[in-house]
Design a protein around this ligand. Structure first.
Ligand SMILES: [Zn+2]
Ligand SMILES: [Zn+2]
Length: 289
């Protein structure tokens, strides 16, 4: 398991790598550009080259890019759609350059439009952005199900993959907080195992690309996406420990996004908690070394 945290890319990729090292991360996640603006960000070639050299040597061994939240490939609005496709294709090309494990994206929102048509638009958008980039996987994140957000169930994620052409580059990112808020049974190791079993039946084991482990400020089934620091929310240590020890997540980046204990991004103290939760989870499963 590549345990990691979401870090800032301020100052470039090499800086982000070192933030990961300082936080004892095996993997990092960054927004590939400012999440509040459409402006595309390009990393300097020397920064990319040095970053790839560092990544090959570790201890941070994987990078996940998070696409910006403004992206909505389900939108009917031509301007939003054009900007969304441009930003998403750009994120995938940056992913190609830096050797990213994948680009995580929230699949979009219906904004009052019928679900089927919205999903069709996302599927078409996926095919376009994949054709405009080379290699980097595109990972569709499950949502908490608030107000028309698409990707709330395994069936919806599977449908998006199918409409996206079923390309081997397509996968999913499961977020623990979103699953809990959506009412998935994830509160013990047994519950989580059963839920992941169903996920694999519907979506396919090879599609599991990344995991976000966040605690939830909002209650079970509330459909509200409110992250809490690990162990400070409604999910409980047993659930979080189950995520950090789930055997089918063993080869994946498992990212804590935050906010952390200090109320900001992931800090060293948060990653220490994550590693403690992993030990607890492995012991509870009888898998401790
Ligand atoms: Zn997430
Ligand atoms: Zn979230």
């Amino acid at each position: 398991m590549l345990i990691g945290g979401h870090v800032s890319p301020a100052g470039g990729l090499v800086k982000a790598f070192h933030r990961g090292v300082e936080r004892d991360c095996d993997a990092i996640q960054i927004f590939n550009q400012s999440p509040r603006a459409w402006r595309l960000q390009h990393y300097r070639p020397d920064d990319v080259e040095e970053f790839r050299r560092l990544l090959a040597g570790g201890p941070v061994r994987a990078i996940v890019l998070h696409a910006i939240y403004l992206i909505n490939p389900a939108s009917k609005d031509e301007t939003v759609r054009r900007k969304s496709l441009e930003a998403l294709a750009h994120a995938l090309r940056v992913g190609d350059q830096v050797g990213a494990h994948g680009v995580v994206v929230h699949p979009g929102s219906q904004v009052g439009e019928p679900l089927d048509e919205s999903i069709d638009r996302v599927g078409e958008a996926i095919r376009i952005v994949l054709s405009e980039s080379e290699r980097c996987p595109l990972l569709l994140e499950n949502t908490a199900g608030a107000g028309g957000t698409i990707g709330r169930s395994f069936d919806e994620l599977a449908r998006l993959i199918e409409l996206g052409g079923g390309d081997p580059r397509l996968g999913i990112c499961l977020d623990s907080c979103h699953m809990f808020a959506m009412g998935f049974e994830v509160c013990t190791a047994d519950e989580l195992s059963g839920t992941i079993e169903r996920c694999i039946e519907v979506v396919g084991a090879e599609r599991l690309g990344c995991v976000h482990v966040n605690d939830s400020k909002a209650s079970f089934g509330s459909n509200r996406d409110r992250h809490a620091p690990l162990g400070e929310g409604e999910m409980g240590r047993e659930a979080l420990a189950a995520f950090y020890s789930e055997p089918r997540f063993e080869d994946l980046p498992v990212i804590f996004e935050g906010p952390g204990l200090e109320g900001r991004g992931a800090a060293l103290a948060d990653i220490e908690i994550a590693r403690g939760l992993r030990e607890e989870g492995l012991r509870a499963r009888g898998l401790a070394r």
